[in-house]
Structure formats: C-alpha cells, structure tokens
Design a protein. Structure first.
Length: 282
C-alpha cells in the first residue's frame, strides 16, 4: 500500500455514515468507498433484504456495516433507522441522501410524463432527501457537527437537449433534482450555526440499473437506436455528450462524497459538485 493510499484508508476512520438507497447502484459504490476509508456503515434501502446482504458483503472485508429497511417517503421508517443506528454506533457523523427514481412505474414505456412520474420523483427524489436530512439533523445539531451530502444530478442543472428525442418523460426527474440542489443550499444556511456542512453531488452518466431502463426506453422510441442493445446505446451516449469520453462510475461518485465528508472539506458548504466528465460545466 502506498503512503497516499494508506492515508486515504484512514480518512474517515471512526466515522459513522448513513446512506439511503445503498443496496445497489450509486449508493452501493458510495458505501464501498466510505468503508474503504474507514467509515462504519448504515445502509438503508426500501429492500431491506438487499440492504442486509450489501452490508454483509461489504463488512466481509473487515470493519462494521449494518443493513436496514427504510422508505425515504415515510419519515417514521427513517426515524426508526436512525434510532437503530444510534443504538449500535452511538453517533451518525455523515448522512448521504442517495435514494432516487427516474419516474413512476412503467416510465420506460412512455414518451411523455404522467402524473405518476411527477408523484414518484417528487416523493422520492426531493421529499425523500428532505426526510432523510430531517431524520439526522437533530442528532447532528446536538453534537455540533456533521456532514450531509445529497445526491442530485447534472440533469438538475439545466435541461439537456431540446426535448425532441425523449419527449418530456425526464422533465419530472430533472425538476426534482433541481429541487435537491436548491434544498441543499437552503439547509446549509439553516444549520451552519450547528457546525454541520451540507453539500450536493451531481452525477452525470453512469452504467447502473436506472440507466439500463433509460436505454430500453430509447431503443423503443428512437429509430437511430433500433436493434442496439442497452450497453451500445449507453456507450454512444457517452461518446456524444461527455468531453472526457468516458462514463462515470459509482466509485467516482463515492470518491467525491468521501472528500465532502472529510475534514479536507470542513469549510465547504452549500455547494453542488458536478461529477460528469465535463458534460455540464457550472
């Protein structure tokens, strides 16, 4: 192990991180990075069995991790998760509100949004972030410290394209993620006096189960993708929209989160960091 890697392995030593939606995808990548840097994990997911399995697999490499069932649209389940985490670890130092959806049930079969898409994205992506933050902020305020990192999206920065290819199906998603960025700034102002920092990370394009569903939607609705499999569609998207020419990974997002959770970022709050290979620059 190099000296720099050894330092990183202790970057979050002794810290406890609660992460929502961390049984798979971006959340799982964040969990693995934070664990590799010494943090104990509380993995909260609507699929409790998957959360427990993820925790067992990550903790199999040493350290501590627990998986809990929790629905970010139901504050009572988040309160229970926080209480359970505090019973085991005594504190929560880091909160990552990651759980998210791209639309309502069956969104990949639609070109234009439905009420279900607005309901799902607002309930999970926006209100779910608020609920998660609210569940931990009293504990952090009492301690006088804490790091809150919300997972938004570069899609929440500005509309992408002219809407002619995908219709309006991704509009509710983008609006919900814009709300996360705005909420992050407001909360940062509200709780700075308690020594808590609040920031957002805005991922770009990653090969995750969520993006696979987007690719299916494109293959069904866009002639230029006819006959292509999901990964080919994804690769073409990367080459056409990412200046660095390569996709982001859950580990890339985890690295950004780890920085914002560390003492190196102790004076950074109210910011939204793009991690997207240059696809959006603001």
């Amino acid at each position: 192990m190099t000296a720099d890697r050894a330092i990183l392995s202790r970057q979050l030593e002794g810290q406890v991180a609660l992460i929502t939606g961390a049984a798979s995808g971006i959340g799982r990548g964040i969990a693995e990075v934070l664990h590799s840097r010494g943090a104990s994990l509380v993995i909260v997911d609507i699929d409790g069995d998957a959360a427990r399995q993820a925790a067992a697999e990550i903790a199999g490499n040493g350290g501590a991790a627990m998986g809990l069932s929790g629905d970010v649209t139901d504050p009572s389940t988040l309160a229970t998760a926080v209480d359970t985490a505090l019973e085991r670890f005594g504190e929560i130092d880091i909160c990552i509100a990651n759980a998210g959806v791209i639309g309502g049930p069956g969104f990949s079969d639609r070109r234009d949004y439905s009420d279900a898409d607005w309901d799902a994205t607002q309930a999970v992506n926006l209100r779910g972030v608020v609920n998660t933050n609210d569940a931990v902020r009293p504990h952090m305020a009492e301690r006088g410290s804490g790091r809150i990192i919300n997972i938004a999206s570069h899609g929440g920065r500005a509309p992408r394209g002219d809407g002619s290819e995908l219709g309006s199906i991704q509009v509710p998603y983008g609006v919900s993620k814009a709300g996360v960025i705005q909420w992050t700034m407001h909360l940062a102002l509200q709780i700075a006096k308690h020594g808590i920092t609040v920031n957002a990370v805005c991922p770009g394009t990653l090969w995750t189960p969520m993006w696979q569903r987007i690719a299916v939607m494109r293959s069904q609705q866009q002639a230029r993708y006819l006959g292509m499999d999901s990964k080919e569609i994804f690769d073409r998207q990367i080459q056409g929209s990412v200046p660095l020419g390569r996709p982001q990974t859950p580990t890339d997002i985890g690295n950004a989160v780890a920085f914002l959770a560390s003492d190196d970022a102790r004076i950074i709050t109210g910011q939204a960091l793009n991690v997207n290979g240059g696809a959006t620059m603001n």
